[in-house]
Design a protein around this ligand. Structure first.
Ligand code: BDR
Ligand code: CA
Length: 324
């Protein structure tokens, strides 16, 4: 039984790795991809997503463009991390495939309502599209089996000292999704920053004959080219880890905690994970409410996840269509 999923992406180096993984995993039924501004502009996200799907032979998967900016603030990209084109300036052949004519919100609604069974949503980007969907067509929540989102942190941030990029980019959208009552798994920086592919594996991939493996090696190696000093930021599977966590939940240690999104001040975009085991005075005196319960990923079996990622990429379920 394959798990039906829809990915929401801001492709993005590690979104590309997640797309390759999802397209090649035999137990995932990739029903559609929705795009949103985040790591790079919406136009780049759509172009990058289509190019990656062509590469992995997934031209049949519908791709739709969604929000060009967050609900309130302007779009602020991460070109310094993902390259000017958002995809490490790899030079993948541009896709000539048609983009779905529907807005991402409409594609999500149609895919969800037409499916005979509930679908899992995996968001690897700011959650603008999903928030718009939930506000526009709240009835579709019944057709969403759960949401696995890359975003947030129970510890440090990256976009700010305390906020992770995807939540920081559109905090109101994240708050809408967290408050939706949906079953939620947060794959945040606490695990995202751990899953590093060994340098020798990256070199092996970059020299592989299969264009999918070769692209994966080049994507994984991009940050090293930037001369980043922080070794832990290099060679991350990144967003692909959230998809790995979906297919192999045993590799991730989660705990269910209340999580709230900060919307104001210097901590805007922070996900406050309330890990207290006693009743706090703020609750006793009615000064705060508890946030929605979220399964928060706090630990990961790194070698096993890297192994799953590499083995899956090496499984050519679909023919690679273009060479680099
Ligand atoms: C997130 O931001 C982007 O750089 C990655 O694609 C990931 O989704 C990590 O904060
Ligand atoms: Ca992303």
């Amino acid at each position: 039984m394959r798990t039906p999923i829809i990915l929401d992406v801001d492709t993005g180096i590690d979104d590309a790795l997640a797309l390759l993984f999802a397209a090649r995993h035999p137990e995932l039924d990739l029903r559609g991809i929705t795009c949103v501004a985040g790591n790079t502009s919406l136009a780049n996200v759509v172009a990058n997503t289509c190019a990656v799907l062509d590469l992995v032979g997934a031209r049949d998967v519908p791709v739709a463009a969604g929000a060009q900016r967050p609900l309130i603030e302007p779009a602020r990209d991460a070109a310094h991390m993902h390259g000017a084109d958002g995809l490490g300036n790899l030079g993948l052949p541009a896709s000539d495939r048609p983009v779905d004519a529907r807005h991402a919100v409409m594609l999500l609604r149609d895919l969800l309502t037409e499916a005979p069974e509930p679908i899992t949503l995996v968001t690897l980007a700011p959650m603008t599209n999903l928030a718009l969907l939930l506000r526009t067509y709240p009835e579709v929540t019944e057709q969403i089996s759960r949401v696995v989102f890359m975003g947030g942190s129970a510890s440090v941030g990256n976009a700010s000292a305390v906020a992770e990029f995807n939540v920081w980019h559109d905090p109101e959208a994240a708050a809408i999704v967290l408050g939706s009552g949906l079953e939620l798994t947060m794959y945040g920086l606490d695990v995202f920053n751990e899953v590093v592919v060994p340098a020798e594996e990256v070199d092996r991939l970059a020299g592989a004959g299969d264009p999918v493996l070769r692209a994966a090696g080049q994507l994984l190696g991009f940050r090293a080219q930037l001369g980043e000093a922080d070794e832990s930021a290099l060679r991350l599977v990144g967003d692909a880890g959230a998809v790995c966590a979906l297919v192999a939940p045993e590799l991730v240690r989660t705990q269910r905690w209340p999580v709230q999104v900060e919307l104001a001040g210097g901590s805007r975009g922070q996900t406050v994970v309330d890990r207290r085991t006693r009743l706090g005075e703020d609750l006793v005196h009615g000064l705060a409410g508890t946030g929605p319960l979220v399964d928060v990923a706090l630990g990961v079996d790194v070698p096993a996840m890297v192994d799953l990622f590499l083995r899956t990429l090496a499984t050519p379920g679909r023919p690679a269509e273009s060479a680099l």
